[in-house]
Design a protein. Structure first.
Length: 661
């Protein structure tokens, strides 16, 4: 093996950049000294059945260019084999997917494997998909199980999975109150729709909840009908893997698994319609967002954020593979929502983000939700989620696709795109260098700080920039020592470098240390003579602590020149003690306390967070924004509400009554 510092050692990401191919593609390096390696075809199948990828022939695992002796011969062997139906069932490659690259150590052949479409999967070797199908995970290629192959074959069928007729399941297996509630919702949303005049069975038939096979004459409830309106016991019988679960996780105590939970327990029908009705109300609770007036000057009941949450919930329900493992899981945290469902994406991540693509696993369910004003059929549901989050300047939703078992997860964070807390941590870590980073650099660093890592795909979600430009940006931060690269290709992640514990001490402990040193210095100054020498040493200690605190102390919470340590600050601390001692203060009491703290004071979010010992993004989303909109608080900079140094004070017309609250 050659030394990693050899001139023949090439970073594979630079090859992708040179070809203008995505870093988000999976990446595999293969030696080709003896011709085409046999493992090439397993990797071809695995990449095609996953998210696609790039195979670099003529490179060793350590990035060394070993080269290809006869490129033309290798290319001919590649095309001959991939077009041999006895070897591979489908050729996905075009001429632009096979490129030669010249290096000093020899030539490299780059093969770009596209993601196979829904109606092409599985891509398999030999004659039998059950024995020749592969997929990718973090460890490389793996042989698919019979169940995984069966799910791919099911997804490629022209007939949607939810239109299958369940023999011997009748109207008696449906929860009639659920059907009546649905009728009422349908009539409210589309009062003149002709289907509303039909009897129950005809209405179900038009919705796709009831079906009849013309050839066999068999008719009955469809999978969609049972999912939407079925009774719990019938659902368990027909769909053993079916499960829906809603959880609220508001406690910081790691031993508290959830603070509230709603799942199938025998107390309700257990179908998707009832789950939707109950969960959508709980998700929208506590969303303190401004209302708008409709065309008739009536208050609208929801905002674009409410629409986004509804779309995310419906999207999870209609795209789930109800034969898959794990069931539907919806979780609500103080600072985010998470929606996950069994199954794989039917389109690529890139198509999904571009929008206007409608590939749905359960089309009848999609129709049913659309008829009551929930869900979109034109592929615009993702845009609604995006727009809802952009309206609040929250971090962009994150999409993750898991394997073994197959699951799709959406995370909708309710925190600022650039939280002050994160900026403070990064300034503390990088000191003066931090102010030299570009806006996109800062966005990448903040993402790595908040989410634990950042990658090409995530940055494209956030910024909309081209993959090649993102690669250059992330690699530039690596070269500056601001990020550390882990992995290759689609698995490449970038993390903040580890720093000494002394540099990242908590701001509170630093302030306390500075405060104690100031007090000690003051007492020493009162002494005379040689004691001044001791005072000097104390000042040196104070100076070293100041140096350690860095910019954190200089800009700490917008309070300068030591004002934070005045008697007035201590009074505010005493006033806020009730919140620090009671982590579950009721919202009304918290609002009253904030008003009292802000009376005659301009306090930043960070200062309020310190006083109350609360997450500053949570304070902003749950209290401060709403209190400003309702005229209880006013902003120091009303023309720039998202300034990092934004401060709040009590509204003028409330100042005389605040102390009586």
């Amino acid at each position: 093996m050659r030394n990693s510092k050899s001139s023949n050692n090439i970073d594979p990401l630079t090859i992708l950049t040179r070809l203008n191919w995505d870093e988000g593609d999976d990446l595999e390096l293969k030696s080709a000294k003896g011709g085409l390696p046999q493992s090439l075809w397993e990797t071809y199948s695995a990449m095609a059945n996953s998210q696609g990828g790039v195979i670099l022939l003529g490179m060793e695992d350590n990035g060394t260019v070993s080269g290809i002796m006869d490129v033309m011969r290798l290319k001919k062997s590649l095309w001959d084999t991939i077009n041999n139906r006895g070897k591979v069932n489908i050729n996905l490659l075009s001429a632009d997917d096979v490129m030669e690259i010249e290096f000093s150590g020899g030539k490299v052949l780059a093969v770009r494997v596209p993601r196979a479409g829904r109606f092409q999967r599985p891509i398999f070797l030999g004659q039998n998909p059950l024995t020749g199908t592969y997929r990718r995970n973090f460890e490389g290629d793996y042989h698919c199980t019979e169940q995984e192959v069966s799910r791919m074959l099911s997804d490629r069928a022209e007939e949607p999975a939810d239109r299958q007729i369940l023999e011997n399941f009748t109207m008696a297996d449906l929860d009639i109150p659920s059907l009546q509630q649905y009728r009422n919702r349908f009539a409210s949303h589309k009062p003149t729709h002709p289907w509303l005049s039909e009897d129950d069975q005809t209405l179900l038939n038009k919705l796709g909840a009831w079906g009849r096979d013309r050839q066999s004459g068999v008719e009955g409830v469809t999978v969609a009908g049972l999912l939407m309106f079925g009774k719990e016991e019938s659902l368990r019988e027909a769909l053993p893997q079916y499960h829906v679960d809603y959880r609220e996780k508001f406690s910081d105590d790691p031993y508290v698994r959830w603070t509230d939970r709603f799942t199938i327990d025998g107390t309700w029908a257990g179908n998707l319609f009832q789950f939707y009705l109950r969960v959508i109300q709980r998700l929208a609770t506590d969303l303190k967002l401004p209302f708008k007036l409709d065309g008739d000057l009536f208050r609208k009941g929801e905002t674009v954020v409410h629409e986004a949450i509804r779309e995310a919930l419906v999207n999870t329900l209609i795209h789930a593979d109800y034969q898959g493992m794990g069931g539907v899981l919806v979780e609500k945290y103080q600072e985010r929502f998470e929606f996950s469902n069994p199954g794989t994406l039917l389109v690529s991540v890139y198509q999904l983000f571009r929008g206007n693509v409608s590939e749905c696993r359960n089309k009848s369910l999609q129709t049913m939700f659309m008829m009551i004003g929930a869900g979109e059929k034109a592929g615009s549901g993702i845009d609604k989620i995006w727009n809802g989050w952009k309206s609040q300047h929250w971090r962009y939703p994150k999409l993750t696709e898991h394997v073994q078992p197959d699951r799709v997860q959406w995370t909708l964070p309710m925190i600022s795109m650039i939280p002050e807390e994160s900026l403070n941590r990064l300034e503390d870590q990088f000191r003066k260098r931090f102010h030299k980073f570009s806006k996109l650099d800062v966005q990448a660093l903040v993402t790595a700080d908040i989410e634990g890592s950042v990658d090409n795909v995530r940055m494209r979600q956030i910024t909309g920039e081209h993959s090649t430009d993102i690669t250059r940006l992330l690699q530039g931060l690596v070269s500056k020592g601001a990020l550390v690269q882990v992995g290759l290709g689609r698995w490449t992640q970038y993390r903040l470098p580890k720093i000494k514990e002394s540099v990242i001490k908590d701001t509170h402990s630093i302030h306390k240390k500075i405060d104690s040193v100031h007090k000690e210095a003051d007492s020493v100054h009162k002494e005379t003579g040689s004691v001044h020498k001791e005072a000097g040493s104390v000042h040196k200690e104070a100076g070293s602590v100041h140096k350690e605190a860095g910019s954190v102390h200089k800009e700490a919470d917008g309070i300068k020149n030591g004002d934070r340590f005045t008697t007035h600050w201590n009074e505010l601390l005493n006033m806020a003690a009730v919140a620090r001692e009671n982590k579950r203060l009721v919202p009304k009491e918290m609002e009253q306390l904030i008003l009292r703290l802000c009376k005659d004071n301009w306090l930043t979010r960070r200062e309020l967070g310190d006083l109350l010992e609360r997450n500053i993004d949570g304070l902003r989303s749950r209290f401060l924004t709403s209190m400003v909109e309702h005229g209880l608080l006013r902003l120091r900079h009303p023309d720039k509400p998202n300034r990092v140094d934004q401060a709040y004070t009590t509204a003028k017309d409330l100042e005389s009554v605040v102390l009586e609250i």
